[in-house]
Design a protein around this ligand. Structure first.
Ligand SMILES: CC(C)(COP(=O)(O)OP(=O)(O)OC[C@H]1O[C@@H](n2cnc3c(N)ncnc32)[C@H](O)[C@@H]1OP(=O)(O)O)[C@@H](O)C(=O)NCCC(=O)NCCS
Length: 174
């Protein structure tokens, strides 16, 4: 059966959480590990919407926490698939904090997670193509190829000399 291509909007997933005492460190800010757990969940749901399959987390790119999220603040996580390859799916996640009494909203961090769609025995399985629609989606789509090469080189699953997209960035051929 032909695989039905999808658009990023088909994979859009939003999750909202309230930071409770059990989620915080001694400074009363959200623990990084709790946030990464929520990021894993929201992005896995997005990857599932794309593939209609079981997905497993294959890799997590660099995450920098720009602003702490305080006890009692609201966390909004938005995820969308940026590109699909054969069995792997890259998802972009954006995390915002919000202090409702003061009306202050702030960016916490954004990251890329990669999932692999698998069958019941855990074997990778092909996923549909992703077709970007907006300018921002197209930019993320195009950047996905070099991010994929970088993470595969770091995971020792690709030889640096095969990473053609990275070569062009670092001008390694010159
Ligand atoms: C991810 C996993 C399914 C890949 O299986 P594999 O047999 O090594 O599969 P392959 O080498 O054929 O690669 C399959 C896909 O995974 C991608 N992949 C594998 N390792 C990767 C990594 N570290 N980062 C990004 N993508 C990766 C490959 O690029 C390939 O993508 P493509 O089909 O779109 O080209 C397997 O390594 C696995 O099950 N890992 C554990 C996942 C898990 O338990 N996650 C939760 C951690 S607690």
């Amino acid at each position: 059966m032909a695989r039905q291509a999808k658009n990023p909007k088909d994979t859009y997933t939003i999750m909202t959480e309230l930071v409770l005492p059990n989620d915080t460190n001694p400074l009363n800010n959200l623990m990084g590990g709790r946030l990464m757990h929520w990021m894993d969940i929201v992005s896995a749901i997005s990857a599932q919407k794309h593939s209609n399959r079981i997905v497993v987390t294959a890799s997590v790119d660099n995450i920098s926490f720009q602003n702490p999220i305080a006890l009692g603040d609201v966390v909004t996580l938005e995820a969308k698939v940026t590109r699909a390859f054969s069995s792997s799916i890259e998802v972009h996640i954006m995390v915002m904090g919000e202090n409702i009494p003061s009306g202050k909203k702030y960016h916490s961090n954004s990251a890329f997670f990669t999932f692999v769609a698998v069958d019941q025995s855990g074997k990778p399985i092909d996923v549909p193509e992703l077709i970007p629609e907006t300018e921002e989606e197209t930019e993320l789509f195009e950047g996905a190829l070099r991010r994929r090469q970088l993470r595969l080189v770091l995971a020792k699953r690709m030889k640096p000399e095969e990473a053609t997209e990275l070569k062009s960035i670092f001008k390694l051929d010159q």
